[in-house]
Every structure is written in structure tokens, then in C-alpha cells.
Design a protein around this ligand. Structure first.
Ligand SMILES: Cc1cc2nc3c(=O)[nH]c(=O)nc-3n(C[C@H](O)[C@H](O)[C@H](O)COP(=O)(O)O)c2cc1C
Length: 442
């Protein structure tokens, strides 16, 4: 088989995730995000399509940069209302056997001790199918919500996250020996095989982990840092990295840099939005239909929060100037210092095809498969993080139309391999010895 393509579903426990306005499409069911049956049905469909996982994004604040308030985000259901994604995972795990679950949690607002127990619980309940998307949080609104004046500065958030990671590694990897639970002669756990561990750097903690070793111990680590500091962090910790971008050479250079910096194997997933039909013409008709429901205001509200720049105040044709951002630096750079041409608000709006800045790949299964293959060969990515359009039909199109085409080309699995999420991605259940988490926890 030539290089296998891996698929992740990219989702969020809300109505509008990446593509905004599509909830107004008559067939869209994303407003059912509060029903367990919606998620369990989705999980079953993804497992039928042999997806590696469903990956749930999360933010802890509202998007209130555009116009200086959250009105546009509320009107357009831009990641608000938003429920806690962690709660959905046990329900989805109960109706599947292999599907992995990546969940986003921030290192900035919660003590590592509490967080580590929640992840261990999920790893236990899912039989080792949990992954963690490590984020540092980019919203001032989230910082204010937990009592801070404003968000911690960008690079400092990553410095703190390094200490946070080194601390949770100790809880997951070093607090309990594999054979600590003996259940023999009236002894459940041998106390000599369990120890307290201490926080690292700025983190004050002195505790034993409350959970006995779970199938993976440390969840599979995902990260999406794209700035220089973010990439340094990703290379140090992440086993799977999410990247975004429309230029294959640019994404390829980013991937090469990440692989060169990492001291352990990396899987890289590039973000993609697919609109698939039985023919190219049908797919283009579908895109035209979806487009009528896309929301420019929603897209602007999201992009303003991502960049920390209030696009409501911009003139339509004025060049967008670089600003130092405490939010996602790479998003600012993409339309300023790293952009091939000058961006204006008008050009930005024109680029919001389905309510986000991610241009869709449109066509029959064969056309889309060609496009995905060229990404893999030219940008050296391992797979795709598929954002949703009209739910759940966009997922059904992938499973029913694209997956059989990829399988016929010999570039997609025809069954899952047994074991944990890490087994499926890397062939072993625990962190490799070369990983910082395994080394630092010693
Ligand atoms: C595919 C993808 C998913 C992301 N999901 C989240 C998320 O759920 N929550 C969040 O706070 N940030 C999320 N981010 C933002 C990243 O954590 C990061 O802040 C961003 O890529 C910019 O990188 P930088 O922090 O190095 O500037 C995501 C980024 C990407 C590319």
C-alpha cells in the first residue's frame, strides 16, 4: 500500500464551529448538539468510516473582539452556546469499539492535578482511546472569566504549559508502578509501589495521582501551535500536530521544521473542508447551495477573536497591517507578514466561502481523493482534520463516497488494528522512551 491517509473528524460541542451560518441550512442538524443521540449516531458513522478519531475543540470564553462585544457571535452561533466536550466522550465510547477521542483542554486555567485525573478517568472508561489537544487559550474573555485582568502573554503561556506538561507527566507516568494494584492477601494496592510527585517549575503540587495506571497512562498528545514558540512546544510534546494552510509548500516547510525539531515520531494532520458529490457537477451544486447559508458576520466574529483584531473597525479596502497579537500569532501573520499579497477586509470577506477562511476541496470522490493524495505527497502530512459543513450529511458523504474510493486506491485502512489510540497511530500503547514525558517523569 502506498502511504496511508488518516482521517480525523474535527468538531465542537456547539452549533457553529469553523464554517459559520450553515445551521440555517434546512438539512443541518448541528443545533442538536445537546442531544446524546446526535453524538452517539455521529460516533457510529465515524467508526463505520474507520476514522482514527473525533477531535473536539473547545474555548473557555466568548468571541467578543468583533465590535467590542459578543453580539455577532451570539447572533450567528459562533462557538456559543457551547457545552463541555469532555461529557460527550463516555457516551460515544459506549457505542463504539475503536474510534479515538481527542479533546481540547487548556493548561492556563485549571490545576494540573484535577485535569490529570479527568484525563485518566477518560482513558480508563474508553479503554485507552483518549487524546488531549493541548491549548494555552487565546481569549481575554476566558481570562476575565476566571478572574484575571487579561490573558497571560503569548510566549509566557507556553512557558507555563511546559511546566504543566512536565507536572502531569509525573502524575501519569511516575506516581504509580504498573504492578501497584496487587489485589492479593487482603491488599488491594501495594503502598510501596505508589508515590507522591511534585509540581515542576511554577507549579506547586505535592500529591499522588488518584487513578491507577490506565491503558495509555498519558493520553495521546495533540497540539496545534504554529508560531515559533508554539512549534517549539509542539516539537517537545506533541505526538500529533494539527496544521492549517492553503499553500502546500508553506505547510510542507512547517511540517519539515516540526519533524526536524521533534525527538519522537510525529503524525501531522492538515485541516480540510470537503464538499463531495457523486459527480463533480453535483458537488459544485452542493457547494452553491451551502454557500447561500454561509455567514460573513459569523466568519468575521470568529476571525477577529482568533487574531485579536476588531475587523468591524476596518475600512473595506485599507491594507491590513501587522499587529502584535496576544491571540493566535500565526493567524495574524497569515494575512500580514507571511502573506504573498496585501490583504484587505474586502478580500477577507471574499475568502469566506463557507463562513470561514478554509477554502473547501470540492468534487467527486475521485477528484477529492486526488487532492488529498497530492497534499500527502507534497506537504508530507499523514492525514486530514475534516471540519464540518452541513451535519451529518458531510460526514456521511465522506464515509459512503470518499472512503471506498481511498480504499480502492489502497491508501486507506480496511479495518482497525486492535488496541489503544496510540497503538492505532504509532503501534505501541505508551509514550515512547524518547518522548520528553517518559524521560522527564523518571
Ligand atoms: C486545527 C486546530 C485546532 C485548534 N483548536 C483549538 C481549540 O479547540 N481551542 C483553542 O483554544 N485553540 C485551538 N487552536 C489554536 C491553537 O492552539 C494555537 O493557539 C494556534 O494554532 C496558534 O498558534 P500559536 O499559539 O503558536 O500562535 C487550534 C488550532 C488549530 C490549527
Amino acid at each position: 500500500m502506498s502511504r496511508e491517509i488518516r482521517l480525523n473528524a474535527f468538531d465542537m460541542a456547539c452549533v457553529g464551529h469553523i464554517q459559520h451560518g450553515l445551521w440555517t441550512h434546512p438539512r443541518d442538524q448541528s443545533a442538536r448538539y445537546g442531544e446524546l443521540a446526535y453524538w452517539t449516531s455521529l460516533a457510529r458513522t465515524l467508526e463505520r468510516g474507520l476514522f482514527d478519531g473525533i477531535f473536539l475543540a473547545d474555548v473557555l470564553g466568548a468571541y467578543d473582539v468583533y465590535g467590542g462585544n459578543a453580539d455577532a457571535a451570539l447572533r450567528n452561533a459562533v462557538q456559543v452556546p457551547l457545552i463541555d466536550p469532555v461529557m460527550l466522550i463516555p457516551a460515544m465510547a459506549a457505542v463504539t469499539e475503536h474510534l479515538g477521542f481527542g479533546v481540547t483542554c487548556t493548561t492556563t486555567y485549571e490545576p494540573p492535578y484535577l485535569f490529570a485525573r479527568r484525563m485518566s478517568t477518560l482513558d480508563q472508561l474508553t479503554g485507552g482511546r483518549i487524546g488531549w489537544n493541548i491549548v494555552t487559550g487565546y481569549l481575554d474573555s476566558a481570562a476575565r472569566a476566571v478572574g484575571l485582568q487579561a490573558n497571560v502573554a503569548h510566549d509566557e503561556r507556553y512557558d507555563f504549559a511546559d511546566d504543566y506538561l512536565d507536572t502531569v507527566y509525573r502524575l501519569w507516568e511516575a506516581s504509580w508502578d504498573d504492578d501497584a494494584v496487587v489485589r492479593n492477601n487482603g491488599v488491594f494496592t501495594d503502598p510501596s509501589r505508589v508515590r507522591r510527585v511534585q509540581g515542576v517549575g511554577r507549579i506547586k503540587m505535592d500529591a499522588m495521582h488518584l487513578v491507577a495506571p490506565t491503558p495509555q497512562r498519558t493520553p495521546v498528545l495533540y497540539q496545534a501551535g504554529a508560531s515559533t514558540r508554539g512549534r517549539q512546544f509542539a516539537a517537545a510534546h506533541a505526538e500529533c500536530v494539527f496544521v492549517n494552510g492553503t499553500s502546500k509548500p508553506q505547510v510542507g516547510a512547517l511540517v519539515a521544521d516540526l519533524r526536524a525539531q521533534a525527538q519522537h515520531p510525529l503524525r501531522v494532520f492538515v485541516g480540510a473542508t470537503l464538499v463531495i458529490g457523486r459527480t463533480d457537477a453535483e458537488a459544485h451544486d452542493k457547494l452553491a447551495d451551502y454557500r447561500r447559508h454561509a455567514s460573513v458576520e459569523g466568519a468575521l466574529a470568529h476571525f477577529s477573536a482568533s487574531t485579536g483584531m476588531d475587523f468591524e473597525t476596518y475600512e473595506m479596502d485599507a491594507p491590513i497591517q501587522h499587529q502584535t497579537s496576544n491571540a493566535n500569532q500565526s493567524n495574524v501573520e497569515a494575512i500580514t507578514t507571511r502573506a504573498a499579497a496585501v490583504w484587505t477586509k474586502r478580500k477577507l470577506i471574499d475568502s469566506f466561502i463557507l463562513g470561514s477562511r478554509q477554502p473547501p476541496i470540492v468534487g467527486s470522490a475521485a477528484t477529492v481523493a486526488d487532492a488529498l493524495q497530492s497534499w500527502v505527497s507534497e506537504a508530507d502530512v499523514d492525514g486530514f482534520n475534516l471540519s464540518r459543513t452541513v451535519m451529518p450529511e458531510c460526514v456521511e458523504d465522506v464515509v459512503d463516497l470518499l472512503v471506498p474510493e481511498l480504499q480502492a486506491r489502497g491508501i486507506y485502512k480496511t479495518g482497525y488494528i486492535p488496541g489503544t489510540l496510540r497503538d492505532k497511530l504509532f503501534g505501541h500503547p505508551r509514550l515512547p522512551e524518547t518522548h520528553r514525558g517518559a524521560r522527564r517523569a523518571k
